[in-house]
Design a protein. Structure first.
Length: 159
């Protein structure tokens, strides 16, 4: 697996207390693409703030992969977790989980390649960029609960 700066950032960030649970909540309740969320935070950690149009452009570029690869793999993994009729099915679920994680890593690699840090957004402070990026993403999605976003922002400040 690649050890790109964005992938390393994501693994560290996801491991922080409360982040995994909050990200799953945002994903399931508001349709948040966690890889895109992390990319926005990664850009903010490099002091890059984005506008609504930037996010729309990024999302359009990665939507086919997310919709046709990542989400179907997630659905299969979740279905296997809830319907383990055969004891060996857990092995299949573990393999699907590994493939799902690899599909997310590939999505992150694509984001990094398509939208290099120095060529997107405007320079601003780390925290201002994080707030602006998450606010723009929430506006783009239309309805994202604010409380989980605050958990993410707190974890970002503490990282």
């Amino acid at each position: 697996m690649s050890e790109s700066p964005f992938w390393k950032f994501s693994l560290r960030f996801y491991a922080q207390p409360g982040v995994a649970r909050t990200c799953i909540e945002l994903q399931d309740a508001a349709g948040v693409d966690v890889n895109l969320l992390f990319f926005l935070l990664f850009l903010a950690s490099n002091e890059r703030g984005l506008a609504h149009d930037d996010i729309a452009h990024i999302d359009a570029a990665i939507a086919p992969w997310r919709d046709n690869v990542v989400r179907p793999l997630r659905s299969v993994r979740r279905a296997l977790k809830n319907n383990l009729a055969v004891s060996e099915a857990e092995n299949l679920r573990t393999e699907v989980k590994r493939i799902e994680l690899e599909s997310e890593r590939l999505q992150q690699e694509a984001l990094s390649e398509m939208f290099p840090i120095g060529k997107i957004g405007t320079i601003t402070s780390r925290e201002a960029a994080a707030r602006a990026n998450l606010a723009a993403y929430a506006r783009y999605l239309g309805s994202v609960p604010q409380a989980p976003l605050e958990v993410v922002l707190r974890a970002f400040r503490d990282s």
